[in-house]
Each structure stands twice: as C-alpha cells, then as structure tokens.
Write a protein that binds this ligand. Structure first.
Ligand code: SF4
Length: 199
C-alpha cells in the first residue's frame, strides 16, 4: 500500500506525530478527529473547573484544573485533567511540555507533602511537623537578624538594613501574598529580594 502526502518544508515534532497518527488511522478508514474530541469531552464531563496558574516558570500560563468528586457526596475530589486556559491572554490555551505535565506534578506519589529536615552534616532527610518547621524557621530568622542587622553603613549613615537574609517569590504568589511579604521584608529590613515572575 503506498501513500502520497504533501509535506510542509518545516515539520515540527508535534506535526509529525499528528500526521503519522492521522495517516495510520486514515489508512484503516477511521477519522480520529471526532473520536479525539469526544474522548476529551467525556474526560471532562461533570468535572469542576478551577482556574489556576502554572507554577513552573515566569511566563505564568493560565490553566484549567478539572476535578471529579464532591465532598458533599462523600467522594474524595481528584484531579482528572489539567489543560491550558483558552481565555487566558498570556497563553491562550497553549502549554509547553512542562505545563502539559502538570497533572503528574500534582498527583505524583513522590510529591512532597510535609516539611523535611536535614541536620547539619547528615545525608538523611527526616519528616517534621509544620509546627516544628515554622518554629525552627522563626528561630533562625531571629538569630540571623540579631547577628546581621546594620544600623549604620561604613560612613556612619543610618541604613537599618539586613543583608544576611534573602527573600524569593514565585509566579503563583498572588498580589496579596506579595503585599504581605513586602511588609514583612521591610519590617525586618531585608534588602535581597528576588522573584522569578516579572509579569
Ligand atoms: S506552561 Fe510552560 S511556559 Fe507556561 S508557565 Fe508553565 S512552564 Fe512556563
């Protein structure tokens, strides 16, 4: 059996895979477009849709998280599908390969769900409680600030600053979180500040 196809001069990997799948199916007399669309519709039928933002990089693509399950009916909610948000002006429904794997990012059994502590010199990470983690962090911040706070610079000018603690943010931090982080940072006098998102 021979096929003749008009090939574009530049063929992306996605186009090549799609062309191959379509060619194979068409060779057997199937048109997969309708079946693919129906499969997607069945997958997200009855889901709850929640808008969110991909946490991976500074582009900040919008995503739609599809969840099945209803606490009110005693069924544990589960994420069944995550896709690009077609109404988001940043990505208009598209996602890069990392964003397209977001469901695994959320549902992976290797996902960290509790704080881990590695003692100085140790190679082992030990699970600790959230209370323990926040207490340790607060203590370390206090000790570092007591040790590093500068009231004046080398020329005697008042600076009231701290440069031995740094703060970083991520693209999923909301305006409100950043507002509070800013207040916290200025209250302590922290100078180093970075955020991956420059939207
Ligand atoms: S989908 Fe890709 S490009 Fe968009 S925010 Fe996520 S990692 Fe960045």
């Amino acid at each position: 059996m021979a096929f003749t196809m008009a090939m574009p001069t530049q063929l992306s990997r996605r186009q090549l895979l799609a062309s191959s799948a379509t060619l194979t199916a068409t060779a057997f007399g199937f048109d997969l477009k309708a079946a693919t669309a129906t499969a997607r519709e069945l997958k997200i039928a009855r889901t709850t849709q929640t808008l969110s933002v991909c946490p991976y990089c500074a582009v900040g693509c919008g995503v739609v998280v599809h969840t099945l399950g209803d606490k009110a009916r005693n069924v544990k909610p589960a994420i069944v599908h995550i896709e690009g948000d077609p109404e988001n002006p940043i990505n208009r429904g598209t996602l890069c390969p990392k964003g397209a794997s977001l469901k695994q990012f959320v549902t992976s059994d290797r996902r960290l769900t509790r704080p881990l502590y590695r003692a100085p010199g140790s190679t082992e990470w030990t699970p600790i409680s959230w209370d323990d983690a926040t207490t340790r962090i607060a203590r370390r911040i206090k000790e570092s600030r007591d040790r590093g706070f500068q009231t004046t610079d080398t020329q005697g000018r008042t600076v009231n600053r701290l440069d031995n603690i740094a703060m970083i943010g991520g693209c999923t931090d909301t305006n409100e979180i950043n507002f509070l982080l800013g207040k916290f940072r200025f209250a302590l006098g922290i100078l180093p500040y970075e955020n991956q998102a420059r939207l």
